[in-house]
Design a protein around this ligand. Structure first.
Ligand code: ADP
Length: 728
């Protein structure tokens, strides 16, 4: 196949990773790729703007923001004569397959080109610009669209390329603003991108705990000015020193009047007599290195685009659904996008929200509950629910506790915080957590409640039973790692001996190792992954002047998730996983691979090793072996990343995952309490949906000797990682 690839419209971080995957997957399969510079401008002008891309042309671009192909808006392509020129230039390069990475405008253009292809070719033949034989060799145009847009405004996919990175930029900025606003008792208004779609405003409000978020899909009604002022005044009187109002670019009221930053500023200053500061984040949101998630999703999608082009049918949009690349008819997605625009323009916001999909609906619901300044109604049947951690710390634990407290106390229930994990449960270190006790818990990493790896033993049970009874605990949420799941099982085993153990328990998965059953992701793993990736980016950069190979050791215990996903996101050539172990033959083969890479001109090599990949072939051993045997070609350094992987403030993904899982856990726990069902369940994200796993099944789900799930969705990515990292 001869495949053209272009990036068009607004650029988004991750486009380069998608390009790399398209080029390398295609070359791997024996196809040829033409990179088209400056979007549709390149197709129309042809010549130097359409260049054949080789393997090494896309080396070292994974971590770069923007797009190395360049992007542009192109009015001429909107007209048929422009598209006629594009078709002629494509035929000149024998191109009849096209990958377009862009937003809905760019993808509409690609759809149109596909639909008109036959007519355009007939016109070119008729005017003598191309021969009938050439046209006959390319009867159809295969089109694959990849969603490149930071706004995440394309329906039918989980998330678009670049929006995770944009959320990082927003959340980092808002965290900083919060800290200064807090010192000065100010209100800050922060404008974020999203003219037609409030995704960034919505998710960043969940991730930062901003008091107010105004987005196109949820416009405030008449009198909103009074409501806003009352809400912020209440926030101040309830003890909040700072408040943040997040405003999407496209914010408006139900009468379709735009709500602007300056309007809100004047309103708040006049009515509340407070200092109000404004930050318009603008293009900061588009810039910078893509996050690990954006690199990996783009890589998966780029590879899937090449597979999809092997059959020419109607154009498809390939996006992530769950963790898999799923093709859907492009036309349907574009129609749905149009329907959302129309619904918003006509004031049918509910319909627009429905069309955005169930995730958006759910996030909006949670936002409405969490966005309250004070607890809502009291409950007819209030329960006493305890919350605790178990296992090693993971970034995002505080956010999960905050969400549980706000959601439960908000409905009139009492929440008890158990401090210091199992030690606190055994010693009765338990006290009530009120609404304002968790104020400011959105962003910090670590665990304010305290945690450790202790699990309950036979000696502890009597004391635990007494405390459960004394504090009248009717339900328990444990946020943590494997120790949480083991404790939940202990409750079921002990209820026959101790009646106070007969309460429902829900585990929320949180560990950087991502080794828990019933959930594709655990809270904290995304933060650890991003920490690894940003350090490895620097390590690689440090070596560009020398011929150097790095062996980097990452955490994960017996689970290779962090090793593999960081290898995929950093372009490592080799990865060593506990799932596979390490054999000496393989090390020697890898050594020869590195040596021939350096002989061919490579300057940096990278191998990532999970800490438990093999007890004897340690990171030190591998580095020494490579150093000794490869000394004529390259030198070797090792880096053991250690505890920096457990630290740091949680990423937006981990924060919103914490909120989402906490919301599900609270709802389910209340149901179990009402039904008097003493079950132990684990909540998790499986594919796109949240679900519950009965923890009596734990034995079947886990590989007992390894302490990891028997099925791990990410293992097949290993083949993709190797395929793209080095040319056979
Ligand atoms: P995005 O792809 O980010 O939504 P735009 O809407 O600006 O960005 O579209 C980028 C380019 O895609 C436009 O400059 C134009 O060349 C092309 N394009 C957009 N809409 C159409 C359309 N309806 N028909 C043909 N080409 C289009």
């Amino acid at each position: 196949m001869q495949i053209g690839v272009l990036t068009s419209g607004g650029d988004s971080p991750g486009m380069n990773a998608a390009l790399r995957a398209v080029v390398r997957s295609a070359i791997h399969k024996g196809h040829q790729v033409f990179g088209i510079r400056r979007g549709y401008v390149g197709l129309i002008e042809g010549g130097d703007l359409m260049v054949a891309l080789q393997w090494s042309d896309v080396a070292g671009i994974l971590q770069k923001g923007g797009t190395i192909l360049g992007s542009a808006r192109c009015q001429e392509f909107r007209q048929r004569p422009g598209r006629l020129k594009a078709a002629a230039n494509m035929l000149a390069c024998n191109l009849d397959r096209l990958v377009v990475i862009g937003g809905d405008g760019s993808l509409s253009g690609a759809q149109l080109l596909h639909e008109e292809w036959g007519g355009l070719l007939a016109e070119l033949v008729e005017s003598g610009q191309v021969t009938a034989e050439l046209a006959a060799r390319h009867p159809k145009l295969g089109v694959v669209g990849l969603p490149g847009s930071i706004d995440n405004d394309l329906p039918g996919i989980d998330v678009s390329i670049g929006s995770d990175t944009a959320l990082h930029r927003i959340v980092e900025a808002v965290d900083r603003i919060f800290s200064t606003a807090d010192s000065h008792q100010r209100i800050f208004i922060v404008e974020v991108m999203g003219r037609r779609c409030g995704y960034l405003a919505l998710m960043s409000s969940l991730a930062t705990g901003a008091e107010v978020a105004i987005l196109p899909e949820s416009p405030p009604g008449p009198g909103w000015e009074n409501e806003l002022c009352e809400k912020l005044a209440c926030a101040r009187s309830s003890g909040r020193k700072a408040s943040i109002v997040l405003l999407a670019e496209g914010a408006r009221d139900t009468q379709q009047n735009p709500i602007t930053v300056s309007q809100v500023k004047s309103l708040l200053e006049e009515r509340l007599h407070e200092e109000v500061r404004v930050t318009i984040l603008g293009h900061v949101q588009r810039g910078g290195a893509p996050t690990a998630f954006d690199r990996n999703q783009s890589t998966i999608l780029g590879a899937a685009a090449v597979d999809a082009l092997e059959q020419v049918g109607d154009p498809v949009l390939i996006g992530l659904h769950g963790n898999r690349a799923v093709p859907r008819p492009l036309k349907d997605c574009l129609n749905r996008s149009l329907a959302i625009d129309q619904a918003l323009a006509q004031g049918h916001e509910e319909q627009a929200v429905e069309l955005r999909g169930p995730h958006f609906v759910k996030a909006l619901q949670i936002r409405r509950n969490l966005g309250r300044i004070l607890p809502g109604q009291s409950s007819d049947k209030p329960y006493r629910i305890a919350v605790m951690h178990a296992g090693a710390p993971a970034p995002g634990l505080n956010m999960a506790v905050r969400a549980c407290v706000r959601l439960l106390v908000g409905q009139g229930h009492t929440v008890l915080g158990i401090r210091r994990g199992m030690k606190g449960l055994v010693e009765g270190d338990i006290s009530e957590l009120k609404w304002m006790d968790v104020s400011g818990w959105s962003s910090p990493g670590g665990a304010h409640l305290g945690t450790n790896r202790k699990v309950l033993t036979g000696h502890d049970l009597y004391a635990v039973a007494r405390h459960l009874e004394h504090f009248q605990i009717q339900g328990l949420i444990i946020i943590g790692g494997m120790a949480a799941y083991e404790t939940a099982e202990t409750f079921r085993q002990q209820e026959a001996h101790y009646p106070s153990f007969s309460i429902p328990v829900i585990c929320i998965p949180a560990t950087i190792d991502n080794n828990l059953p019933g959930s594709d992701f655990a809270i904290g793993a995304d933060t650890a992954l991003n920490s690894i990736v940003s350090v490895v980016d620097r390590i690689k950069q440090s070596a560009v002047a020398s011929r150097r190979c790095f062996v980097v050791e990452v955490m994960g215990r017996q689970c290779g998730y962090l090793a593999l996903t960081s290898a995929l996101a950093t372009g490592a050539e080799r990865v060593y996983l506990p799932e596979e172990g390490i054999e000496i033959e393989r090390l020697l083969k890898d050594l020869r691979g590195f040596a021939s890479g350096f002989q061919a001109g490579r300057r940096v090599g990278l191998a990532i090793r999970n800490e438990c990949a093999n007890p004897l072939y340690t990171t030190n051993f591998i580095a020494s072996l490579f150093e000794e045997e490869g000394k004529d070609e390259f030198d070797v350094r090792q880096a053991i990343l250690g505890h920096l992987q457990q630290g740091g403030d949680p990423t937006p993904f981990d924060r919103t995952l914490a909120v989402r899982l906490a919301a599900e856990a609270c709802q389910k726990l209340l149901e179990l309490c009402a039904e008097e069902q003493p079950q132990s369940l684990g909540v998790g994200l499986q594919g796109t949906w949240t679900s519950f796993t009965d923890l009596s099944e734990l034995g079947h789900l886990l590989d007992p000797s390894r302490g990891r799930p028997k099925k791990q969705w990410w293992l097949p990515l290993r083949e993709l990682m190797e395929r793209l990292a080095h040319q056979e």
